[in-house]
Design a protein around this ligand. Structure first.
Ligand SMILES: NC(=O)c1ccc[n+]([C@@H]2O[C@H](COP(=O)([O-])OP(=O)(O)OC[C@H]3O[C@@H](n4cnc5c(N)ncnc54)[C@H](O)[C@@H]3O)[C@@H](O)[C@H]2O)c1
Length: 430
């Protein structure tokens, strides 16, 4: 069990729990590398350093502890905040990054390979720091606060949510009158989901699958379950690698988009018979179940990149198997009664974080710029109603503008004539 310091009530002593403090030097280099590729967040950090907009605030964050999160935490520290951080998945923490942040005085409770109990212990440790603002990726922090630590909510001004699954849950909480403080839905910013979910998940999911298996994708039949923002990113990238891509959907519009994008669309029941690789990215549950596993080809590979590990029904796989062994990290072989072998990657958890490093820094630059600016927005607007808010349009456009500037792309601006034309209605066919 990883070691850390212990707290003394009311005294700011470094309190943390990480796998190995000696990894701090390695983590520092990783964070430096990420910083180089996150110019938008770096600019925000420089502004925060001068203005200290978060001075005196404690931020409680439940985010994947990656090198990019390291850059985000540094931005908050520059803004004068105190940060308590835990991972948002038992398998996603980069231990060297956790060690670096702990060495900087951040209260980090995260290590890779946690049990469920350890995971929630860490979430609770973050809550013990009495945050003013929360940051979530999947809403586990908000849910724990609303169900088990309700007293800690009195002080909270607001929170942010990073992913689709978290936003869905929070909107349900709002609808049912259960949400007790305002949340900014960072996921729903254009500069988040159009880039992070699509290009980030698209690339890093393949990265995870390849690191876990090192299979050749060219010529394989690759089944993408869910043609949302993540799914379409993955489907396009898998096709780019030469795979025959099949899409499964439940939403007719999205299925039609997939058809017109040139993908084969069919029910999972049919796809199960022909797929070599299956990836779920739906945010839903039990997408690949016993009846599908029973039909799969010998050697089929199963991975998930949706938020929770419920999309592949692992208990069904366990029940069907007569034996199981680990072939290499993140690659588990299940032998079924008839001798067929099915392979599960990364315990069915987000494969891009379990077997690779999550999204590339360039896309996290935009997602986390939205996080940083949304936290600043909450700090400036402490009296919002307990609802789920969209990221203010100005923030979204600022992030897009800064990113274009950072990559040296210039665009046109409207002429006076065009502005007038676009705001008029009288002129028609000439
Ligand atoms: N791996 C990552 O790093 C990462 C990054 C961003 C989001 N996510 C997660 O990925 C999941 C998908 O996110 P998104 O932004 O693409 O969501 P989305 O809502 O845009 O897409 C999900 C799609 O899945 C479809 N779907 C639902 N149930 C289905 C079923 N039974 N069979 C087939 N399709 C089904 C929906 O119709 C929808 O089109 C969420 O859990 C999200 O939190 C993961």
């Amino acid at each position: 069990m990883p070691k850390g310091h212990s707290t003394r009530r009311g005294i700011q002593v470094p309190d943390y729990k990480v796998k190995d403090s000696k990894l701090a030097k390695q983590g520092k280099l990783q964070i430096e590398w990420a910083t180089m590729h996150m110019p938008v967040l770096d600019q925000i950090k420089q502004r925060f350093e001068k203005g200290k907009p978060l001075k005196g605030l404690t931020l409680g964050a439940c985010l994947h502890v990656t090198k990019e999160t390291g850059v985000l935490v540094n931005t908050f520290l520059a803004g004068g905040a105190h940060v308590a951080l835990c991972g948002s998945n038992p398998l996603s923490t980069q231990d060297e990054v956790a060690a670096t942040l702990a060495a900087k005085g951040v209260n980090v409770y995260a290590w890779r390979g946690q049990t469920n109990e350890e995971y929630y212990w860490c979430v609770n440790k973050v809550i013990d720091h009495s945050p003013d603002i929360t940051l979530d990726d999947g809403a586990d922090l908000v849910t724990t606060l609303h169900t088990k630590k309700t007293r800690a909510m009195v002080k909270i001004k607001g929170g942010t949510e990073e992913t689709t699954t978290g936003v869905l849950r929070l909107r349900q909480m709002e609808k049912k009158g259960a949400l007790k403080y305002p949340i900014v839905a960072v996921n729903d910013a254009y500069t988040k989901y159009l880039f992070d979910n699509r290009y980030g998940t698209g690339q890093s999911t393949l990265d995870g699958i390849l690191r876990a298996t090192n299979i050749l994708l060219a010529g394989k039949t690759f089944v993408v379950c869910g043609f949302g923002w993540c799914g379409r990113g993955l489907a396009n990238r898998a096709r780019g690698m030469g795979a025959h891509v099949i899409v499964t959907e439940i939403n007719p519009t999205r299925a039609l988009e997939a058809v017109m994008d040139g993908f084969h669309v069919m029910p999972i029941e049919k796809a199960a018979l022909i797929g070599d690789v299956f990836v779920t990215l739906t945010g839903d549950t039990s997408i690949i179940r016993r009846e599908h596993m029973q039909k799969m080809k010998n050697g089929a590979i199963l991975a998930n990149s949706g938020h929770f590990n419920v999309e592949i029904k692992i208990p069904d796989l366990e029940a069907l198997a007569v034996s199981k062994r680990t072939i290499r990290p993140n690659l588990e072989e299940y032998t079924l009664k008839d001798g067929r072998k099915l392979y599960l990657l990364g315990e069915g958890r987000l494969i891009n974080l379990a077997a690779a490093e999550g999204h590339p820094s360039e896309v996290m630059d935009m997602s986390f710029a939205n996080q940083a600016l949304s936290v600043e927005y909450l700090a400036k607007n402490p009296k919002l109603e307990p609802k789920v808010y969209n990221v203010p349009r100005e923030i979204d456009e600022t992030v897009a503008g800064l990113k274009l500037q950072a990559i040296g792309v210039k665009i046109d601006t409207l002429t006076k004539e065009q502005k007038k034309y676009l705001s008029s209605w009288e002129e028609g066919t000439i």
